[in-house]
Design a protein around this ligand. Structure first.
Ligand SMILES: [Zn+2]
Length: 104
């Protein structure tokens, strides 16, 4: 926790990581520097889980994990891989699917 003031550190020691508010537990800590120069702790919503392959369930690479309202703003090339079945199947499953399609 670089940049955290002594006061904030003492507060965390005293009240624990989550303070007295239970809703904070489900959120993540973010250290934000405010215009006055202080660093304050803000509790923000957690990111979504990784996107997974529909075929085998492996984690899809190259896809950002954000909440839907942030996902709307992110660029298209960060939301999927520029390949057929990109963002839906992993490379191995896509390869299988393409070969299957060609044979039938
Ligand atoms: Zn797969």
């Amino acid at each position: 926790m670089v940049g955290t003031s002594k006061k904030t550190k003492r507060k965390i020691e005293r009240e624990g990581r989550y303070g007295r508010y239970k809703t904070r537990r489900s959120r993540r800590m973010a250290f934000v520097k405010v215009p006055g120069g202080r660093t304050v702790v803000q509790f923000k919503a957690r990111k979504h889980k990784h996107a997974r392959c529909a075929g085998c369930g492996a984690v899809l690479k190259g896809i950002s994990r954000e909440r839907p309202y942030r996902m709307k703003k992110t660029a298209k090339n960060r939301k999927k891989v520029s390949r057929i079945y990109g963002g839906y199947l992993c490379s191995r499953c896509a390869k299988k699917k393409i070969i299957e399609g060609a044979r039938s």
